[in-house]
Ligand binder design. Structure first.
Ligand code: PEP
Ligand code: MG
Length: 622
């Protein structure tokens, strides 16, 4: 919170006079001026979660919940019950979303909060046993598919409201359509298609974005984004950092506070969104934007120097990638390899599964692009907040998707899926150093089963005449389930390396949904329980002399560097954008002092005290 910001969440100013000196645009670079109307509307400041640093200034583009193509077909008589269930699930999801938004709106103050709550309550009422719901159920009973039934019913009800000669009631028609759009989106689960049509330099504003939605962003065209819902460690947030897009999530009242075309500033560093900023604000933030660019240019000079502590400890600097198009950023950052390739992004935003050839090509492009540096390919980790439409049926709608059929569990159940992916990875391994990484491992038997699959697939490929390296790529595991961390000693017998996934390890240890903004304040990788698990797994790996890295988000935050190094971690894997800053931190610290600091921290049981000790160490070592 800045000193000039009197309200904790939201502040309005009187219309400003005068014009800003200049406008700015795209990718943090000052570009074409943005025209600001002299009769400026009031500035609004919203506070949210800072998930991806940097400043973006540009035009807001509100991506509304909406579905372009509504399928219309007759449901077979024996599928009517299943169709009713599909509608019921979309209805329940819509209700959950609205309740969440309503809770979020209580963070606002005064009339804005009341207005919003009233509106959301009206939407909620439309979903509980109302005429709309009954009408849709009746249409499905008459064998219309759920999407077409929703659209027809919504049109009928909205039309009736529009016909009434009453301004209040005809305004309700808009609410009815909004509720209908929400139901349709939840039924079809389609990602936003609209990104393609956004103008260059747009700032995307949405109620919520999935990781798949975010994967559609072209960072050359989209400058940044802000959403009403979403947690700081969600995969949407991770994608923002990967694409180096300034982003703020969890902004209460966001979509009702602006319209497309409004000038906005996303301050991803402070976790703040300015709507209709004053000329003075535009100047101030533009100045900061230029400072950030200058700092980045200076840091880029570190690209060629090694990450080595003052007393000579060398640390491996690896990157996390989601999509082949991030390769360029990885190379520019000076990465020494890929510590985590989240292969699931290849499976998103498409209705079919990628074939063995297609996967092999994608992996090969990365392996060749990294030119001899190691590439760690993690097998498919869908489930939780990462969804692949082609696997929707398999994953189902479960109450606790993060604890359900996810990651390696799916691969071991759907052997064909795993075998195809392993074949593609093995084929790519003929073009450079590849390592296979298994997500969500919790037992030795899972690793052994995958090893059998690798042996079998390698044999098949050899029979097909495919050239494979000898020995085959090493097989490592993610340490991200608390049980795996506690069983780390035993797991070293079957794993060739460990990659500590602190994001899920924190989520599962503390029972905090990493994507849920309501509990985001409780999500803390510095909780002593999480640190002890990291320490335990690291020591097990060091004893067994197998490599151990950290590839969760803490590896990309310079603040955690002394602690991770002090615990014995010698490889860090992070979003390319974070690499220079982390390297700078490493080059400024003393390894021995970091080890002493980590030892003292590991004696503590209070997360607040641990954070203070780490801050003190960082302040001294700058
Ligand atoms: C983790 O859990 O820390 C991790 C790196 O994997 P993901 O963020 O993809 O779940
Ligand atoms: Mg994980």
């Amino acid at each position: 919170m800045t000193q000039d910001d009197p309200s904790p969440k939201r502040r309005k100013r009187k219309p400003a006079d005068g014009r800003p000196a200049a406008g700015r645009k795209a990718g943090g670079k000052a570009k074409a001026p943005i025209k600001v109307d002299p009769a400026l509307p009031p500035e609004i400041i919203l506070e949210g979660l800072r998930v991806s640093a940097g400043i973006a200034i540009g035009e807001a583009h509100l991506v509304e919940i909406g579905v372009v193509n509504v399928p219309d077909y007759e449901v077979p008589a024996n599928a009517v019950t299943a169709e009713q269930e599909r509608f019921a699930a979309a209805l329940a999801k819509s209700e959950r979303q609205l309740r969440k938004l309503k809770r979020k709106s209580t963070e606002l103050h005064g009339a804005a909060a009341e207005e919003l709550e009233f509106l959301l309550e009206a939407h909620l009422q439309m979903l509980s046993g109302s005429r709309v719901v009954r009408g849709v159920e009746r249409r499905i009973q008459e064998r219309q598919n759920a999407e077409a039934a929703v659209q027809a019913e919504i049109n009928a009800v909205a039309h009736e409201f529009e016909q009434l000669n009453d301004p209040y009631l005809s305004a309700r028609a808009k609410d009815v359509r909004e509720v209908g759009d929400r139901l349709l989106r939840n039924l079809t689960k389609t990602p936003f298609e609209a990104f393609k049509h956004l103008p260059d330099g747009a700032i995307v504003i949405a109620e919520e974005l999935t990781p798949a939605d975010t994967a559609l962003f072209d960072p050359k065209r989209i400058q940044g984004f802000a959403t009403e819902l979403g947690g700081a460690e969600s995969h949407t947030a991770i994608m923002a950092r990967s694409l180096a897009l300034p982003a703020v999530l969890g902004l209460a009242g966001l979509t009702k506070s602006l319209k497309t075309g409004d000038t906005v500033i996303v301050d991803g560093t402070a976790g703040r969104l300015y709507i209709n900023p004053t000329p003075a604000r535009l100047d101030e933030l533009h100045r900061r934007q230029l400072e950030i660019e200058k700092g980045d240019r200076q840091l880029a000079r570190l690209k060629k120097v090694p990450a080595i502590t003052r007393d000579g400890q060398r640390i491996g600097m690896l990157v996390n990638l989601e999509m082949p198009r991030e390769l360029d950023m990885a190379l520019k950052s000076g990465a020494e390899g890929v510590g985590l390739l989240r292969s699931e992004f290849l499976f998103m935003n498409r209705v079919d599964l990628p074939s063995e050839d297609e996967q092999a090509e994608a992996y090969r492009a990365i392996v060749e692009g990294m030119a001899g540096r190691p590439v760690t390919i993690r097998t498919l980790d869908v489930g939780g907040d990462k969804l692949a439409p082609s696997l929707r049926e398999r994953l189902g709608d479960t109450a606790n998707p993060a604890l359900g059929l996810r990651a390696i569990r799916l691969g071991l159940q759907e052997r064909g899926l795993l075998e195809t992916q392993i074949a593609a990875i093995l084929r790519a391994s003929a073009f450079g150093e590849v390592r296979i990484l298994l997500p969500m491992i919790s037992s030795l038997s899972e690793v052994r089963q995958v090893r059998d699959v690798v042996t079998l697939v390698a044999k098949r490929l050899k029979r097909r005449g495919v050239k494979l390296p000898d020995p085959l790529p090493p097989i490592g595991i993610m340490i991200e389930v608390p049980g795996a961390a506690l069983a780390a000693d035993a797991l070293t017998q079957v794993a060739d390396f460990f990659a500590i996934g602190s994001n899920d390890l924190t989520q599962y240890t503390l029972a905090i949904d990493r994507g849920e903004e309501q509990v985001a304040h409780l999500y803390n990788p510095l909780h002593p329980a999480v640190l002890r698990l990291i320490q335990f797994a690291t020591e097990a790996a060091l004893r067994a002399r197998i490599p151990v890295s950290v590839c969760g988000e803490i590896a990309g935050d310079p603040k955690y560097v002394p602690l991770l190094l002090g615990l014995g971690i010698q490889d860090l894997s992070m979003a390319p954008v974070n690499l220079p800053r982390v390297k700078q931190r490493i080059r400024n610290i003393d390894y021995l002092a970091a080890t002493r600091c980590a030892r003292l921290i590991m004696d503590q049981w209070d997360a607040g005290r641990i954070a203070m000790m780490l801050d003190d160490f960082n302040a001294l070592a700058i």
